[in-house]
Write a protein that binds this ligand. Structure first.
Ligand SMILES: NC(=[NH2+])NCCC[C@H](N)C(=O)O
Length: 308
Protein backbone atom coordinates (compact mmCIF):
# COMPACT_ATOMS: atom_id res chain seq x y z
CA UNK A 1 0.00 0.00 0.00
CA UNK A 2 1.28 3.39 -0.89
CA UNK A 3 0.55 6.39 1.26
CA UNK A 4 1.70 8.79 -1.43
CA UNK A 5 -0.63 11.68 -2.14
CA UNK A 6 -2.43 11.30 -5.47
CA UNK A 7 -0.82 13.31 -8.22
CA UNK A 8 -3.87 15.09 -9.58
CA UNK A 9 -5.83 18.22 -8.81
CA UNK A 10 -5.49 21.68 -10.20
CA UNK A 11 -7.70 23.93 -8.08
CA UNK A 12 -4.96 25.03 -5.70
CA UNK A 13 -2.83 27.60 -7.48
CA UNK A 14 0.50 25.91 -6.86
CA UNK A 15 3.14 25.19 -9.47
CA UNK A 16 1.93 23.32 -12.52
CA UNK A 17 3.49 19.83 -12.51
CA UNK A 18 1.66 17.68 -15.01
CA UNK A 19 -0.51 18.25 -18.08
CA UNK A 20 -2.19 16.29 -20.84
CA UNK A 21 -1.82 17.42 -24.46
CA UNK A 22 -3.06 16.14 -27.79
CA UNK A 23 -1.48 17.18 -31.05
CA UNK A 24 -4.33 16.28 -33.43
CA UNK A 25 -2.31 14.52 -36.13
CA UNK A 26 -5.06 11.95 -36.80
CA UNK A 27 -7.73 14.54 -37.56
CA UNK A 28 -6.46 18.00 -38.43
CA UNK A 29 -6.06 17.42 -42.17
CA UNK A 30 -9.79 16.64 -42.39
CA UNK A 31 -10.63 20.28 -41.65
CA UNK A 32 -11.09 21.91 -45.04
CA UNK A 33 -12.74 24.82 -46.80
CA UNK A 34 -16.16 23.18 -46.90
CA UNK A 35 -16.31 22.08 -43.25
CA UNK A 36 -14.11 24.35 -41.13
CA UNK A 37 -17.10 26.27 -39.75
CA UNK A 38 -18.86 23.07 -38.77
CA UNK A 39 -15.64 22.05 -37.03
CA UNK A 40 -15.58 25.33 -35.09
CA UNK A 41 -12.35 26.54 -36.67
CA UNK A 42 -11.85 30.17 -37.65
CA UNK A 43 -10.26 29.13 -40.93
CA UNK A 44 -8.57 26.16 -42.58
CA UNK A 45 -5.47 25.27 -40.56
CA UNK A 46 -2.01 25.03 -42.13
CA UNK A 47 -1.57 21.48 -40.96
CA UNK A 48 2.21 21.06 -40.78
CA UNK A 49 2.71 24.43 -39.17
CA UNK A 50 -0.06 23.75 -36.64
CA UNK A 51 1.60 20.48 -35.61
CA UNK A 52 4.96 22.20 -35.40
CA UNK A 53 3.66 24.95 -33.13
CA UNK A 54 1.85 22.42 -30.99
CA UNK A 55 5.10 20.53 -30.58
CA UNK A 56 6.97 23.75 -29.76
CA UNK A 57 4.42 24.45 -27.07
CA UNK A 58 4.91 20.97 -25.60
CA UNK A 59 8.68 21.59 -25.57
CA UNK A 60 8.18 24.94 -23.85
CA UNK A 61 6.23 23.23 -21.07
CA UNK A 62 8.89 20.55 -20.70
CA UNK A 63 11.59 23.20 -20.56
CA UNK A 64 9.75 24.53 -17.51
CA UNK A 65 9.86 21.14 -15.83
CA UNK A 66 6.28 20.21 -16.51
CA UNK A 67 5.55 16.59 -17.18
CA UNK A 68 3.68 16.43 -20.50
CA UNK A 69 1.54 13.37 -21.17
CA UNK A 70 0.45 12.71 -24.75
CA UNK A 71 -3.20 11.69 -24.91
CA UNK A 72 -2.72 9.04 -27.59
CA UNK A 73 -0.41 7.06 -25.31
CA UNK A 74 -3.33 6.44 -22.96
CA UNK A 75 -5.98 5.57 -25.53
CA UNK A 76 -6.79 2.04 -26.61
CA UNK A 77 -10.50 1.26 -26.76
CA UNK A 78 -11.49 4.66 -28.20
CA UNK A 79 -8.57 4.97 -30.62
CA UNK A 80 -10.81 5.13 -33.70
CA UNK A 81 -12.39 8.32 -32.44
CA UNK A 82 -9.14 10.28 -32.73
CA UNK A 83 -9.50 10.67 -36.49
CA UNK A 84 -13.01 12.08 -36.09
CA UNK A 85 -12.38 14.74 -33.46
CA UNK A 86 -10.25 17.70 -34.62
CA UNK A 87 -11.14 19.69 -31.49
CA UNK A 88 -9.89 17.00 -29.14
CA UNK A 89 -6.76 19.15 -29.01
CA UNK A 90 -8.77 21.66 -26.93
CA UNK A 91 -8.59 19.51 -23.83
CA UNK A 92 -9.26 22.34 -21.40
CA UNK A 93 -12.92 22.26 -22.37
CA UNK A 94 -13.39 18.55 -21.85
CA UNK A 95 -12.49 18.16 -18.19
CA UNK A 96 -11.63 20.04 -15.02
CA UNK A 97 -9.31 18.10 -12.73
CA UNK A 98 -9.78 18.71 -9.01
CA UNK A 99 -8.14 16.86 -6.16
CA UNK A 100 -11.56 15.29 -5.45
CA UNK A 101 -11.85 13.95 -8.97
CA UNK A 102 -12.71 15.20 -12.41
CA UNK A 103 -15.69 17.18 -13.63
CA UNK A 104 -16.04 15.57 -17.04
CA UNK A 105 -17.76 17.78 -19.59
CA UNK A 106 -20.64 16.83 -21.82
CA UNK A 107 -19.67 18.28 -25.18
CA UNK A 108 -22.39 19.88 -27.32
CA UNK A 109 -23.98 18.05 -30.25
CA UNK A 110 -21.91 18.49 -33.41
CA UNK A 111 -18.20 18.21 -34.03
CA UNK A 112 -17.14 18.11 -30.36
CA UNK A 113 -19.60 15.42 -29.25
CA UNK A 114 -17.75 12.33 -28.07
CA UNK A 115 -14.50 14.01 -27.02
CA UNK A 116 -15.40 13.24 -23.41
CA UNK A 117 -15.56 9.53 -24.22
CA UNK A 118 -11.89 9.56 -25.19
CA UNK A 119 -10.85 11.69 -22.24
CA UNK A 120 -12.78 9.42 -19.88
CA UNK A 121 -10.76 6.47 -21.10
CA UNK A 122 -7.53 8.39 -20.66
CA UNK A 123 -8.40 9.46 -17.12
CA UNK A 124 -9.35 5.92 -16.32
CA UNK A 125 -6.02 4.66 -17.64
CA UNK A 126 -4.27 7.32 -15.56
CA UNK A 127 -6.24 6.23 -12.46
CA UNK A 128 -7.70 9.70 -12.00
CA UNK A 129 -11.25 9.32 -10.65
CA UNK A 130 -14.29 11.03 -12.13
CA UNK A 131 -16.18 13.21 -9.66
CA UNK A 132 -19.06 14.08 -11.97
CA UNK A 133 -20.36 13.07 -15.37
CA UNK A 134 -23.36 14.61 -17.05
CA UNK A 135 -26.34 12.95 -18.69
CA UNK A 136 -26.70 12.38 -22.42
CA UNK A 137 -29.04 15.33 -22.91
CA UNK A 138 -26.84 17.72 -20.92
CA UNK A 139 -24.46 20.31 -22.41
CA UNK A 140 -21.51 21.46 -20.36
CA UNK A 141 -18.18 22.42 -21.96
CA UNK A 142 -16.19 23.04 -18.83
CA UNK A 143 -15.91 25.44 -15.93
CA UNK A 144 -13.10 27.09 -13.98
CA UNK A 145 -11.70 25.91 -10.65
CA UNK A 146 -10.75 29.38 -9.45
CA UNK A 147 -9.51 28.25 -6.04
CA UNK A 148 -10.07 25.32 -3.67
CA UNK A 149 -13.08 27.25 -2.40
CA UNK A 150 -14.55 28.72 -5.58
CA UNK A 151 -15.83 27.19 -8.78
CA UNK A 152 -16.78 29.55 -11.60
CA UNK A 153 -19.44 28.40 -14.06
CA UNK A 154 -20.10 30.63 -17.03
CA UNK A 155 -23.41 30.14 -18.80
CA UNK A 156 -22.14 30.39 -22.39
CA UNK A 157 -23.54 29.11 -25.66
CA UNK A 158 -21.73 25.82 -24.90
CA UNK A 159 -23.52 25.07 -21.63
CA UNK A 160 -27.22 24.46 -21.09
CA UNK A 161 -28.78 26.44 -18.25
CA UNK A 162 -30.75 23.40 -17.10
CA UNK A 163 -27.54 21.34 -16.98
CA UNK A 164 -25.83 24.00 -14.88
CA UNK A 165 -28.83 24.26 -12.52
CA UNK A 166 -28.81 20.53 -11.96
CA UNK A 167 -25.07 20.58 -11.19
CA UNK A 168 -24.95 23.29 -8.47
CA UNK A 169 -25.74 20.98 -5.54
CA UNK A 170 -23.16 18.46 -6.65
CA UNK A 171 -20.52 21.15 -7.20
CA UNK A 172 -21.17 22.42 -3.68
CA UNK A 173 -20.09 19.06 -2.28
CA UNK A 174 -16.50 19.94 -3.15
CA UNK A 175 -16.53 23.73 -3.49
CA UNK A 176 -17.77 26.09 -0.81
CA UNK A 177 -19.26 28.39 -3.41
CA UNK A 178 -20.10 28.64 -7.06
CA UNK A 179 -19.87 31.90 -8.94
CA UNK A 180 -22.40 31.67 -11.72
CA UNK A 181 -22.09 34.11 -14.61
CA UNK A 182 -24.56 34.86 -17.37
CA UNK A 183 -22.66 35.94 -20.46
CA UNK A 184 -23.72 36.92 -24.01
CA UNK A 185 -24.28 33.83 -26.15
CA UNK A 186 -21.51 34.58 -28.63
CA UNK A 187 -18.56 32.58 -29.87
CA UNK A 188 -16.06 35.05 -28.45
CA UNK A 189 -17.29 34.13 -24.96
CA UNK A 190 -17.58 30.39 -25.63
CA UNK A 191 -15.87 29.13 -22.47
CA UNK A 192 -15.17 30.51 -18.98
CA UNK A 193 -11.50 31.23 -19.75
CA UNK A 194 -12.56 33.75 -22.41
CA UNK A 195 -13.78 36.18 -19.72
CA UNK A 196 -11.79 35.61 -16.51
CA UNK A 197 -8.63 33.95 -15.20
CA UNK A 198 -6.37 33.92 -12.17
CA UNK A 199 -2.68 34.80 -11.96
CA UNK A 200 -2.06 34.57 -8.24
CA UNK A 201 -4.05 34.42 -5.02
CA UNK A 202 -4.39 38.19 -5.22
CA UNK A 203 -4.57 38.89 -8.92
CA UNK A 204 -6.59 38.02 -12.00
CA UNK A 205 -7.85 39.45 -15.27
CA UNK A 206 -11.37 39.76 -16.61
CA UNK A 207 -13.50 41.29 -19.32
CA UNK A 208 -16.21 43.20 -17.43
CA UNK A 209 -18.88 43.57 -20.09
CA UNK A 210 -19.13 39.79 -20.47
CA UNK A 211 -20.52 39.61 -16.94
CA UNK A 212 -24.18 40.32 -17.68
CA UNK A 213 -25.31 38.96 -14.34
CA UNK A 214 -23.27 37.25 -11.65
CA UNK A 215 -24.51 35.19 -8.73
CA UNK A 216 -22.84 33.77 -5.66
CA UNK A 217 -24.30 30.38 -4.85
CA UNK A 218 -23.67 28.50 -1.62
CA UNK A 219 -25.60 25.76 0.15
CA UNK A 220 -27.48 28.45 2.04
CA UNK A 221 -28.13 31.17 -0.49
CA UNK A 222 -28.06 32.57 -3.97
CA UNK A 223 -27.37 36.30 -4.27
CA UNK A 224 -26.53 38.57 -7.14
CA UNK A 225 -23.08 40.14 -6.85
CA UNK A 226 -20.89 42.67 -8.58
CA UNK A 227 -17.79 40.73 -9.61
CA UNK A 228 -15.28 43.49 -9.14
CA UNK A 229 -16.58 44.47 -5.70
CA UNK A 230 -16.88 40.86 -4.68
CA UNK A 231 -13.26 40.08 -5.48
CA UNK A 232 -12.04 43.45 -4.17
CA UNK A 233 -13.54 42.63 -0.77
CA UNK A 234 -11.36 39.53 -0.77
CA UNK A 235 -8.30 41.53 -1.75
CA UNK A 236 -8.24 40.03 -5.21
CA UNK A 237 -7.54 42.61 -7.88
CA UNK A 238 -8.98 41.93 -11.33
CA UNK A 239 -7.26 43.77 -14.15
CA UNK A 240 -9.66 44.79 -16.89
CA UNK A 241 -8.87 43.70 -20.43
CA UNK A 242 -10.18 45.64 -23.41
CA UNK A 243 -12.26 44.44 -26.32
CA UNK A 244 -9.32 43.61 -28.59
CA UNK A 245 -7.39 41.79 -25.87
CA UNK A 246 -10.45 39.71 -25.00
CA UNK A 247 -10.87 38.68 -28.63
CA UNK A 248 -7.18 37.74 -28.78
CA UNK A 249 -7.69 35.25 -25.91
CA UNK A 250 -6.40 37.80 -23.39
CA UNK A 251 -7.98 35.99 -20.43
CA UNK A 252 -6.97 32.54 -21.60
CA UNK A 253 -3.44 31.71 -20.45
CA UNK A 254 -1.76 28.97 -18.48
CA UNK A 255 -0.56 29.95 -15.05
CA UNK A 256 2.74 28.15 -14.57
CA UNK A 257 2.91 29.17 -10.95
CA UNK A 258 1.56 32.20 -9.10
CA UNK A 259 2.70 35.31 -10.99
CA UNK A 260 4.17 33.44 -13.97
CA UNK A 261 1.91 32.90 -16.96
CA UNK A 262 2.41 31.33 -20.38
CA UNK A 263 0.55 33.27 -23.02
CA UNK A 264 0.22 34.12 -26.70
CA UNK A 265 2.41 37.13 -27.44
CA UNK A 266 -0.48 38.69 -29.38
CA UNK A 267 -2.96 38.57 -26.51
CA UNK A 268 -2.16 41.52 -24.27
CA UNK A 269 -1.38 45.12 -25.13
CA UNK A 270 1.64 46.98 -23.79
CA UNK A 271 -0.34 48.82 -21.17
CA UNK A 272 -1.66 45.57 -19.69
CA UNK A 273 1.79 43.99 -19.86
CA UNK A 274 3.14 46.97 -17.96
CA UNK A 275 0.42 46.67 -15.32
CA UNK A 276 1.28 43.02 -14.91
CA UNK A 277 5.00 43.77 -14.64
CA UNK A 278 4.30 46.38 -11.98
CA UNK A 279 2.59 43.66 -9.98
CA UNK A 280 5.55 41.33 -10.32
CA UNK A 281 4.04 39.13 -13.03
CA UNK A 282 6.24 37.42 -15.63
CA UNK A 283 4.70 36.58 -18.99
CA UNK A 284 6.37 33.77 -20.92
CA UNK A 285 5.40 34.52 -24.48
CA UNK A 286 4.65 32.16 -27.34
CA UNK A 287 4.02 33.26 -30.89
CA UNK A 288 1.10 31.48 -32.59
CA UNK A 289 0.38 31.47 -36.31
CA UNK A 290 -1.24 28.27 -37.53
CA UNK A 291 -2.63 27.50 -34.08
CA UNK A 292 -4.96 30.48 -34.38
CA UNK A 293 -7.06 28.70 -37.00
CA UNK A 294 -8.50 26.48 -34.28
CA UNK A 295 -9.91 29.40 -32.34
CA UNK A 296 -8.25 28.47 -29.09
CA UNK A 297 -5.45 29.58 -26.78
CA UNK A 298 -2.55 27.68 -25.23
CA UNK A 299 -4.71 27.18 -22.18
CA UNK A 300 -7.48 25.63 -24.31
CA UNK A 301 -4.90 23.11 -25.53
CA UNK A 302 -3.87 22.14 -22.03
CA UNK A 303 -5.57 19.83 -19.56
CA UNK A 304 -3.94 20.79 -16.30
CA UNK A 305 -3.71 17.56 -14.33
CA UNK A 306 -1.70 18.43 -11.27
CA UNK A 307 -0.39 21.39 -9.34
CA UNK A 308 1.70 21.11 -6.20
N1 LIG B 1 -11.50 27.29 -23.86
C1 LIG B 1 -11.53 27.71 -25.10
N2 LIG B 1 -11.65 28.99 -25.34
N3 LIG B 1 -11.51 26.80 -26.07
C2 LIG B 1 -11.42 27.08 -27.44
C3 LIG B 1 -11.94 25.95 -28.25
C4 LIG B 1 -11.81 26.14 -29.72
C5 LIG B 1 -12.59 25.14 -30.49
N4 LIG B 1 -12.31 25.18 -31.89
C6 LIG B 1 -14.08 25.35 -30.27
O1 LIG B 1 -14.64 26.22 -30.88
O2 LIG B 1 -14.71 24.67 -29.52
Amino acid sequence: MSNLKPEYGNEKLARLRKVLLHNPVESLASVNLSNYKYHLFNNVPKVDQYHKEHEQYAQLLKAHDIEVLELRNFVRRTKDLLAKLPNLAYLNDIAVVTSKGVILSKMCPGTRAGEEVVVKEVLNNLSIPIFHEFRDDDEFEGCMAFSPKTLIIVDTERLKTSTIESFFQKALEIFEEVIYVKTPQERRFMHADMIINRISEQLGVYFPSAFLQTFLITKQKRVEINVREFFAERNIELIELNDVEQQNWGCSFVTLEPKIIIHYDIALNNQTKKRLRQRGVDVIEFHPQALLAGGGSLRCLTLRLWRA
